[in-house]
Design a protein around this ligand. Structure first.
Ligand code: AMP
Length: 270
């Protein structure tokens, strides 16, 4: 990789798991516009999937992905085999996260964030990018990677990117393609719940009542199984009782439709 890249080039990296959509494309466009060279990785990282999760059936579409990336002007597509990333039979080095993965997706998916920091560290070492692009759809992941880079002094600038949505509000996700027609319709619960939170907050409704409002809305979406709805501090992820701007509140939501787990979040502005 280092031989492919002239040292004077500014390199942007967009790490992905493939089955690319407009959300990924927005990260890639930004990287192409901000760097001399853009590298996209597609690697369905086994260490961030739990034993009962969708690793084996995670959507794969390498041909479609390659077409999209070529049209976006990507310079290098990196699609390593699992054995290239993890050469050892039994990895001995484990990176840990003290607090930030003890809530939200980190709590619902034990070990997931450890797998993420492990693979992102390896990708950063292999690619040595100047900038790396991450979507705010995975807010907690972005936050943890930001700490990873600052605390371990990776010479990488982490660039957070806005959530890209379908026209009806559903956050784009590779997993959306699992949804049946009816599940797709009811998946709107996530973005609608977050819109309701924003609306009620603007009206000065208390957090407790907002929570009750989300549960009332949930009743209209019988296919949705709520994993969590929480409002937390946007930097520390500490739980909040109150929605003042000083608390940098962010509303987080995760839900299952059938076996498909979807997430979304919204930064609650004044
Ligand atoms: P994934 O392939 O799901 O691991 O995602 C790769 C990167 O794309 C991550 O940084 C995600 O946060 C980002 N991403 C996924 N979906 C979206 C979206 N709808 N909007 C913005 N970024 C996204």
């Amino acid at each position: 990789m280092r031989r492919l890249i002239a040292p004077e080039k500014r390199v942007g990296l967009v790490p992905t798991m493939g089955a690319l959509h407009e959300g990924h494309a927005s990260l890639v466009r930004r990287s192409v516009s901000e760097n001399d060279l853009t590298i996209v990785s597609i690697f369905v990282n086994p260490t961030q999937f739990g034993p009962n999760e969708d690793l084996s059936r995670y959507p794969r579409d390498l041909d479609g992905d390659m077409q999209l990336l070529e049209s976006l002007g990507v310079d290098i597509l990196f699609t390593p085999e699992s054995t290239a990333i993890y050469p050892g039979e039994s990895p001995q080095i484990v990176l840990g996260i003290r607090d930030l993965d003890k809530c939200l997706c980190g709590a619902s998916r034990p070990g997931h964030m450890n797998g993420v920091v492990q693979v992102v560290s390896i990708l950063f070492h292999l690619v040595q990018p100047d900038r790396a692009y991450f979507g705010m759809k995975d807010y907690q992941q972005y936050l943890i990677i930001d700490h990873l880079v600052r605390e371990l002094h990776f010479p990488v600038e982490v660039v957070p990117c806005e959530i890209v949505r379908e026209s009806d509000g559903l956050a784009m996700s590779s997993r959306n393609r699992y949804l049946s027609e009816e599940e797709r319709r009811q998946a709107l619960f996530l973005s609608r719940a977050l819109a309701l939170v924003e609306e009620q907050r603007a009206e000065g409704v208390s957090l407790e009542e907002i929570r009750a409002g989300v549960l009332t809305l949930l009743a209209a979406y019988p296919l949705v199984r709520l994993d969590y709805f929480e409002v937390r501090h946007g930097q520390s992820l500490a739980p909040l009782d109150e929605l003042s701007a000083a608390n940098k509140p962010v509303a987080f939501i995760a839900a299952f439709l059938g076996n498909t787990r979807l997430i979304d979040n919204r930064i609650l502005t004044e």
